[in-house]
Design a protein around this ligand. Structure first.
Ligand SMILES: Nc1ncnc2c1ncn2[C@@H]1O[C@H](COP(=O)(O)OP(=O)(O)OP(=O)(O)O)[C@@H](O)[C@H]1O
Ligand SMILES: [Mg+2]
Length: 447
């Protein structure tokens, strides 16, 4: 389903499939997404006045902040990037400048749009990819003008190979092909002033003079198909139309998720030290969040209506430690809750990709049937909760460390257990975890 057409309730419903609890956060995100769709329906004069409802998700570690973002991005068709605020440095210093987040988002939008457009001609793409694969498999058969008897035989061979290719019999066969090294984006940006493709074509036809283009590599047919599909997509998709659509999509529907935003909030008014450079990063981010034009290799991108979702634990700093202008640009604040033992129990079993389901599936590949008693799951949840309380609270991540420890022995012996059923009981949980549970220092290291 297209995120654009989803109602807030549907968006929450989708998130519910993967994330337990955190209803307020899901709701806020759903509202923000729907607001953008509503804005698009307004008359133009008004549309420009409506600012996106940027959100800050506040919550301790491991309770689902990033997971919410990750799930939204999978809800399809919306360009999305997740960046870490701490990765950026102030303009003028060595490091990544904040504008790169917009360039990254546009790169995602372009890829997405290219794929959509190619999808419309996927039969044609697949057909010419197949022809090119046949050329690789039969290097001598592609001189078509030749009409000698020999060539007739070659034609037959080609048909036979075509059939095999379509049946997937050649997937692992290795062929030699020339793999184009894409010239670095940065230099093109400067030279091409927008019309990247023309320049790229020129560079490519200059061939090996540049960056060793056209280097021969040995690859499997499977890999060759991926490479050629990418090339054919590039060739068949109308580049200008694609960039136009991608730009529209990024500007109107793009989402930038800024993780660890609390780490760039320093104590305000600091005159020296790390706080100053953090504030510098905030000042750099500000114009992007407020709406400005960022130069990318596909042209200027207007950031006014990109949705920003910030997230952080805010243990040390508070949202009010962000510079005021930036605070104003994130009007929605939502707190995520600490997870309870009961939440852990649900997280183990309910999500579509639930941890328990993953382990069962993994063991299944060894033909071992893994079963969990419910009171065993209950016990695991209690243990996770209590280890979090007595050592460090790492949220749901604790479940992963505990499950690994719990199933360590079965994982190791799985190949000897083929054809059997293994039942995890409460008693088994206690036995496996007892030694670590009894000793706080030990559990700090093992769980
Ligand atoms: N409410 C939840 N429901 C289901 N799974 C969860 C939930 N909270 C956390 N998880 C799982 O725990 C792991 C860590 O969660 P996540 O990455 O969202 O943490 P976070 O809140 O972003 O923490 P941090 O502040 O450390 O970045 C993920 O694998 C996620 O699937
Ligand atoms: Mg996170």
């Amino acid at each position: 389903m297209n995120l654009d057409q989803m109602t807030p309730r549907q968006i929450v419903g989708e998130l519910d499939k993967y994330i337990i609890g955190q209803h307020d956060a899901k709701r806020a995100v759903a509202i923000a997404l729907r607001s953008r769709y509503r804005r698009k329906l307004l008359p133009e004069t008004m549309r420009d006045e409506v600012a996106p409802k940027n959100i800050i998700l506040i919550g301790p570690t491991g309770v689902g902040k990033t997971e919410i973002a990750r799930r939204i991005s999978r809800l399809a068709n919306t360009p999305f990037v997740k960046v870490e605020a701490t990765k950026y440095t102030e303009v003028g210093y060595v490091g990544r400048d904040v504008e790169s987040m917009v360039r990254d988002l546009m790169a995602v939008g372009v890829q997405m749009t290219k794929q959509d457009l190619a999808e419309q001609q996927k039969d044609a793409v697949a057909r010419s990819v197949n022809e090119r694969l046949l050329d690789l498999l039969l290097p001598s058969s592609n001189s078509k003008e030749d009409s000698t008897e020999l060539a007739m035989g070659a034609q037959e061979t080609r048909e036979k190979f075509r059939k095999y290719l379509e049946e997937g019999r050649f997937e692992d066969r290795v062929v030699e092909m020339s793999v184009k090294n894409r010239p670095a984006g940065g230099s093109i940006e400067l030279l091409a002033g927008g019309n990247v493709e023309d320049l790229q074509n020129t560079l490519q036809s200059l061939g090996s003079m540049f960056n060793g283009n056209g280097k021969k590599r040995k690859v499997s047919i499977k890999r060759a198909r991926e490479i050629l599909t990418e090339e054919e997509m590039d060739r068949m998709v109308d580049h200008e139309q694609m960039v136009e659509l991608a730009k529209e999509r990024v500007e109107q529907m793009g989402i930038i998720f800024i993780d660890e935003i609390d780490k760039i909030a320093g104590s305000r008014g600091a005159k020296s030290g790390p706080d100053v450079s953090r504030e510098g990063v905030q000042r750099d981010i500000l114009p992007i969040v407020e709406g400005s034009k960022v130069n990318t290799k596909w042209g200027m991108i207007d950031t006014s209506h990109i949705l920003f979702i910030g997230a952080g634990a805010f243990h040390v700093s508070k949202p009010s430690d962000l510079i005021p202008e930036l605070q104003g640009r994130f009007p929605l604040r939502v707190e995520l809750n600490e997870l309870t033992a009961d939440d852990f129990h649900r997280i183990l079993i309910e999500p579509e990709n639930a941890i328990i389901k993953q382990y069962i599936a993994l063991m299944n590949t060894e033909e071992v049937t893994l079963e969990f008693d419910d009171d065993a799951l209950q016990r695991i949840s209690e243990v996770a909760y209590s280890v979090n309380s007595s050592t460090e609270n790492i949220g749901a991540r604790r479940l992963y460390t505990i499950m690994e420890k719990l199933l360590d022995d079965i994982s190791f012996r799985a190949t000897d257990l083929t054809g059997t059923t293994f039942r995890v009981t409460r008693q088994y949980v206690d036995e496996r975890l007892m030694d670590v549970l009894g000793n706080e220092d030990l559990s700090r290291y093992i769980l």
